[in-house]
Each structure stands twice: as C-alpha cells, then as structure tokens.
Design a protein around this ligand. Structure first.
Ligand SMILES: [Ca+2]
Length: 91
C-alpha cells in the first residue's frame, strides 16, 4: 500500500482525474470506479494471499462504507475532504 503521510496527497492527485466537473465532489459511481481502478493496481503489486476479495468487491465495500460514514449531508456526493478522512481511517 501507499506510505502514510503523503498518501492522501497522492491519492488526491489520482482522484482528481475522475473529477470531470471540477467540483471536488464525487458520486458513488465515480468513487466506485476510482477505487476499482485503484485496487486493481495496488493489489497487483501485493503478493499477499490474504487478499481474497476482488478489486470490484473491495471497491464496492469501501464505497458503501465511505458514503455511510462520510456523506453526512446525504446528497449522494463525497467531497475530497470527506474522502480523505475516510481514506486516512481506512489505511
Ligand atoms: Ca455529501
């Protein structure tokens, strides 16, 4: 996985690519797509046999958890700040 400290900055740069409207807010679909791509790459470099979940399954769980815990105004969008909080708690 990524190193702590610079990780949220790095992932912010990566996530910005998916922010096609430039609002720094992400729908569930966008976040899911991002996380699936993210896990596809990161799990590829991990040789751990403990990773029994596919990138798609992992992305689904993480998206649900992120929205359940951090979409506080329930508008169906996650801001980058919300996402960063989730990310720091999750990794
Ligand atoms: Ca929200």
């Amino acid at each position: 996985m990524l190193c702590k400290g610079e990780s949220s900055e790095k992932i912010g740069t990566a996530l910005a690519v998916y922010d096609d409207e430039g609002h720094h807010k992400y729908s569930k679909e966008i976040l899911y797509q991002f996380l699936e791509d993210f896990f596809t790459v990161t799990l590829e470099f991990s040789s751990s046999e403990e990773n029994t979940l596919s990138p798609a399954e992992l992305a689904h769980r993480c998206t649900e958890e992120c929205f359940a815990r951090y979409d506080r105004d329930r508008d169906g969008k996650i801001s980058f700040q919300d996402f960063a909080k989730w990310y720091q708690s999750a990794f």
